[in-house]
Design a protein around this ligand. Sequence first.
Ligand code: T4K
Length: 430
Amino acid sequence: MKEITSIDQLAIFGHEPMYKEPLYVGRPNIGSQSGFIQRVNDILERRWLTNNGPYVVEFENKICNMIGVRHCVAVCNATIGLEILFRALELTGEVILPSFTFIATAHALRNQDVTPVFCDIDPKTHNIDPEKVVPLITRKTSAILGVHVWGNACEISNLDEIAKLYQVKLLFDAAHAFGCSHHGSMIGTFGDAEVFSFHATKYLNSIEGGAIVTNNDELAEKLRLMRNFGFSGYDNVVHLGTNAKMTEMSAAMGITNLEFAHDFISVNFQNYHLYRESLESIPGIRILAYDEKEHNNYHYVIIEIDDSRAGIDRDTLMKILHAENIIARRYFYPGCHRMEPYRSMYPNFDQSLPETDGLVKKVMSLPNGTSITPNDVKTVSSLIGFAIRNAAEIRVKLLEREKKLTYQSNLDRYVFPNPTSIHYQDEVGV
Ligand code: T4K
């Protein structure tokens, strides 16, 4: 494990970074390179590359069996999956969703001319707060769209009650939640439909990819038509559609990785627990917990930095880590409501999402996955501990450096006047 003993050894102050190669959040898990290559060879020999090929069908069936859902419609990515789902359900008007999500959740609605209405979150879980949903419901509301952030399930039964009471659809962006459960049932079986992401950065990837899962036969049939331009057999288009198909290459990667899903979880689990042990006692750090009674993929290691206790704020800590080539991320800063086109649409959201606004300032995602070793976890954790223990000294040194830089840049910007071009007051008009 690499350890730092004095603040002069920090890369932010000019020392060599701890890592030559960056340590990323979201480095893809790749189960078996040879297993994947073998499937790629099959694809090439079969010359069946896309359009509902055998690997896509196999991938879909495996997902249905794994999570216990009737239909899985594999798609090219979760964003398009969300979009065709919204269109299939003919959502109109407004949909209530958290602002604390990846921008794709909001864009997928807006791209269908549906207005995203941002709801605040429960700061303990980072998920949409059902109590705050009800006041946002209007006659225009057509759905509630929960996001199982970090794979932790939303308060599904409360949201379900609200959706039934107001007769609106209940959908879940389950991009993070493949392999996770809620009250013993797998995510993917709740609401009218849920959407997984199999993007390269997800716990289980199909390079790019996603899947819409539902127990609604009619909806599934519609989605299958819509992902393939609305074609029902040769020369017969029966529905408006698009190209949302998953390729055989993607399905081959998905199936290969499914065979190693337990191994990925076991690495994530060990790393997550090691992070917990190492970070738990550091003042000002809270590590987001997973409910160990449930299935979790433990893909995201999320910490919150309380700067009043840690003595250092999240952004400074992140700069320290980045300088060492530890590329921690501040997902989902600054919140969808503060990004375009939403910040222009809703200038008043400035005050109405206090929990989201508070969280985006302190949350940080740490590297996890099969490319992260226990040694890396110890190194990252000990660096965070070191930065917090030495916060006061680091702050002073950063401030001094900033002053020096400001002074230098003022000097650089200052244009010394050419004495011949100086006109004094009493010369004007002469
Ligand atoms: N809903 C939610 C709640 C989501 O989080 C997402 C996606 C979606 C919907 C939409 O799902 P998709 O349409 O993507 O299926 C990343 C991912 O691109 C995005 O899929 C994900 N959420 C989001 C949370 O994270 P960025 O902008 O952070 O990506 P990027 O390129 O910075 O990659 C993250 C890190 O991963 C990099 O620092 C390097 C590493 N990396 C990445 C790739 C692609 C690799 O090492 N190898 C790779 O191949 O969005």
